[in-house]
Design a protein around this ligand. Structure first.
Ligand code: ZN
Length: 61
């Protein structure tokens, strides 16, 4: 018996575990030194990436 479920369940255990903290705003930011220059704006920026959910944030210097 196979139910047709309209919702897709997340199957990545580690990702879901990490996102618990991420959803609470506790991202594990890691400095991405490869992208410290925003060529679009021509400004020096510091780019952080969450090692768990891959979310990015940019801080202008
Ligand atoms: Zn995160």
């Amino acid at each position: 018996m196979a139910d047709v479920i309209p919702f897709r369940k997340p199957s990545l255990k580690e990702k879901r575990k990490g996102n618990i903290l991420c959803r609470q705003g506790h991202h594990k930011w890691e400095l991405d030194k490869a992208k410290q220059f925003d060529v679009k704006q021509g400004k020096l920026v510091t780019l952080y990436r969450c090692v768990r959910c891959r979310k990015q944030k940019v801080t202008l210097l």
